[in-house]
Design a protein around this ligand. Sequence first.
Ligand SMILES: Nc1ncnc2c1ncn2[C@@H]1O[C@H](COP(=O)(O)OP(=O)(O)OP(=O)(O)O)[C@@H](O)[C@H]1O
Length: 386
Amino acid sequence: MGEPGLRRLWRGDSGTHHPHRQRPGIHAAGDLLQRPACAAGVSGGGRAAPGRRCAAAPRPAAGRDPVGAGAEVNALAIDVRGLTKRYDGRAVVDDVTLQVGQGRICGFLGPNGSGKTTTIRMLCGLLRPDAGEGQCLGLDFRREAAAIKRQVGYMTQKFGLYDDLSIRENLDFVARLFELPGRRAAVDRALEQLGLQARQRQLAGTLSGGWKQRLALAACLIHGPRLLLLDEPTAGVDPKARRDFWDQIHRLAAEGITVLVSTHYMDEAARCHDLVYIAYGKVLARGNEREIVDAAGLSVWALEGSEAQDLSERLRALPGVQNVVAFGNTLHVAGRDAALLAQSLGAFQGESGVVLRETRANLEDVFISLIDQAQDNFGNGQAGQP
Ligand SMILES: Nc1ncnc2c1ncn2[C@@H]1O[C@H](COP(=O)(O)OP(=O)(O)OP(=O)(O)O)[C@@H](O)[C@H]1O
């Protein structure tokens, strides 16, 4: 595998150079790294079935359900503790513990600049952590980064393939970086898996966002990774393409591939098995959707009415109101002190054109509340700013 080539690919640089001109470098770089650990499964017609553990690969550690769902799980694909990265003395990832069970889809959420990308890049060995220990796919994530990289598919935020190559050429290029035996068959499989055959001759630069994303996912999958690290893979993609993408992610997870996916979309968070919410580099919540909502202990009232939006400022000033979030013509008014909140909102009960009802907190209510709290605790105008 040509590590410099992969580094470039994983950086998410938009390519202007023609990759074939770089081939000698790629081959030379390929000598620096050995064959992928799963190479035995990538031979001829039979790469290792996605998610199937290579015979040679160490077994991930068994453990408790990683994000607090309570159930026993067989193995952890990601099991790291104390992960820390500092820039200029500031911890942008601060003592993060992350555990994701094999075959699970873990949503990684948090505001801009909270440390998601930095965490992902440390997990796949692109960034050196300042502290932390643990394993990724049963391998020491600090000492065995090269071996981990070969079993990880990393989709960067920015499209990292070559605009001036076709879909097929791009996939072929990635297959070369991984030095896949049976390259042509691997490309064919990736094209088929993502429904890209009909467009295989189209230049990547002429694809819409949704098709580019499919191509990027195909490129991530071509070497049969056991872990996918997806950094905001659906940013700027339309709802239908996002839905197709998530259907695909669930198919992959059903085959045993583990997915850590960062997103800002709440509907996507709801499609994850487990969630981790990070702000200012610190994990503020983890669990499945219900657990996170329950643990937040938020009391929420929905205030409906055509004039509801005009009431936001008044509501925010009331005792017991922590935050006010608009959902169309409905405002969600949230606070931790249920009695105080109910008392404050009582004043609005009789107001004409306003309907008030107590409702269940949703993830967005909880995350907004968490970030408000985090601002008080760690914000100090610096940490975590994008
Ligand atoms: N090379 C660097 N040098 C200095 N600061 C950096 C560097 N890389 C990231 N940071 C800072 O680290 C913090 C975390 O950045 P990161 O990209 O991990 O956040 P993120 O959660 O992925 O954000 P987004 O949702 O916007 O992608 C930010 O404040 C960012 O400015």
